[in-house]
Design a protein around this ligand. Structure first.
Ligand code: TYM
Length: 332
C-alpha cells in the first residue's frame, strides 16, 4: 500500500482548528487506504526557547488528541520524533547537501526570526526545514498531508531528494504534498487576513480543540465579521465571514453554497450563533475523549513505544542505504 507521513509540533496545550481542518482530519481519512506514519515533532519544538516540563506533558496530550480524533494506533504508526534517532542522523547528511542560501530563503525562518532578528535565532531554527525533509524522506511516502504553510518545506524536501538521488544513487521517493484547497489555510477569527497560528494569533483568534466548549462558542460569536451584512463566500472582499463558512462547511460536510442559501437574509449574529453550536457539538466529545485517554498515561506511552519501534524499522533501513551511498564505513 502507498504510504503517507506527516508530523505536528507539540508546541501548545492543544491543537487548534487550523491544525485539525488543514491537516489532522486528512490524517484520519488517509489512514484507511494508505500505510500511515504520523509523528509528534518534539525536536522541531526545541528550535525556539521552550520549557522542558511543558514539552514533556504536551507530547502526551498531543498523542491523546491524535487518538481521540480518530488516528487509530492499530492502523497508523504513531510515534515521537526524538525516539527515532534516524531523523537526526539523516538530517545531518541532508544539511550537507543544502545550500546556505537555499535554507535562508525559507519563509518560515524569515517569519519566525523576524522579532529578534536573524542573530537571535538558533541554528536549529535555521536548519529546521532540513530536519523536516529527513522526517519525510526516511519513510519514502507518496503523500504528505499538511496545510498550505508547509508547501515550501515540501518543495525543499523534493529538491533534496532529487539532489541526493542524482549525486549518489536513487534512494528517495519524491513525495507529493497533500493539501486540501478548501481548508489549506484557516484564518485567525480576530484577524482574518492572517492564518490561525499557535504562535501569532491572539487568544480570541484561535479556537483550541481542548478549550472548554463554552469558551470556543464565545470566540465564534465574537469573531470579526466584515462590513455589510450579507452572508456569502468571498475570501477577498469578506475574509471573516468566508473563513467561518469554510469552518462550518468542513465540520458539517455541507457545501458552502448550501449554507449560503440557508442563511440568505439572516444577520451575522444569527449565523455565528448557529456556527457556535456546531463547534460546541464537535469539540465536546473530542475533549471528553482526550481527557479520558490522558487518565492512562501508561497506555499512551505504550502506543508511542510501539510506534517508535515500527517507525525505526523502516527509518533504519533507509538510513543504512544513505550511509552506504555517501561512503560511511559500517561498524564491523
Ligand atoms: P505545525 O505543528 O505548525 O502544524 C501542524 C499541521 O497543521 C497545519 N496548519 C494549518 N492548516 C491550515 N490552516 C492553518 N491556519 C494551519 N495552521 C497549521 C500545518 O500546515 C501542519 O500540516 N513543520 C511542521 C511539522 C513537521 C512536519 C514534518 C510536517 C515536522 N516534520 C514532516 C509534515 C512532515 C509544523 O510545524 O507543523
Amino acid at each position: 500500500r502507498p504510504r503517507v507521513l506527516s508530523g505536528i509540533q507539540p508546541t501548545a496545550d492543544s491543537f487548534h482548528f487550523g491544525n485539525y481542518l488543514g491537516a489532522l482530519r486528512q490524517w484520519v481519512d488517509l489512514q484507511e487506504s494508505y500505510e500511515p506514519y504520523f509523528f509528534i515533532a518534539d525536536q522541531h519544538a526545541i528550535t525556539v526557547e521552550h520549557d522542558p516540563k511543558l514539552l514533556r506533558s504536551r507530547v502526551l496530550v498531543a498523542a491523546a488528541q491524535l487518538v481521540a480524533m480518530g488516528v487509530d494506533p492499530r492502523r497508523s504508526t504513531i510515534f515521537v520524533q526524538s525516539q527515532v534517532p534516524a531523523h537526526s542522523q539523516l538530517a545531518w547528511v541532508l544539511q550537507c547537501l543544502t545550500g546556505f542560501g537555499e535554507a535562508r530563503r525559507m519563509t518560515q525562518f524569515k517569519d519566525k526570526s523576524a522579532n529578534g532578528g536573524e542573530g537571535a535565532a538558533s541554528v536549529g531554527l535555521f536548519t529546521y526545514p532540513v530536519l523536516q525533509a529527513a522526517d519525510i524522506l526516511l519513510y519514502r511516502p507518496h503523500f504528505v498531508p499538511v496545510g498550505e504553510d508547509q508547501r515550501q518545506h515540501l518543495e525543499l524536501t523534493r529538491d533534496l531528494a532529487q539532489r541526493f538521488n542524482h549525486r549518489y544513487k536513487k534512494t528517495f521517493r519524491l513525495p507529493d504534498p497533500y493539501i486540501l484547497k478548501a481548508t489549506a489555510k484557516i484564518l485567525d477569527l480576530q484577524d482574518p487576513t492572517s492564518k490561525m497560528s499557535k504562535s501569532a494569533s491572539s487568544p480570541g483568534g484561535i479556537i483550541e480543540l481542548l478549550d472548554p466548549p463554552a469558551k470556543s462558542a464565545k470566540k465564534v460569536r465574537s469573531a470579526v465579521t466584515d462590513s455589510g451584512s450579507e452572508i456569502r463566500h468571498d475570501p477577498e472582499g469578506k475574509p471573516g465571514i468566508s473563513n467561518l463558512l469554510t469552518i462550518h462547511s468542513a465540520l458539517t460536510g455541507r457545501s458552502v453554497e448550501d449554507l449560503v442559501a440557508e442563511y440568505a437574509g439572516r444577520g451575522y449574529g444569527d449565523y455565528k450563533g448557529d456556527l457556535a453550536e456546531v463547534v460546541v457539538d464537535f469539540v465536546t466529545p473530542f475533549r471528553d475523549r482526550t481527557l479520558e485517554l490522558l487518565e492512562d498515561e501508561t497506555a499512551l506511552a505504550g502506543i508511542l513505544a510501539d510506534g517508535a519501534e515500527r517507525a525505526s524499522a523502516v527509518a533504519e533501513r533507509t538510513l543504512a542505504d544513505v550511509y552506504d551511498r555517501v561512503g560511511f564505513v559500517p561498524r564491523v
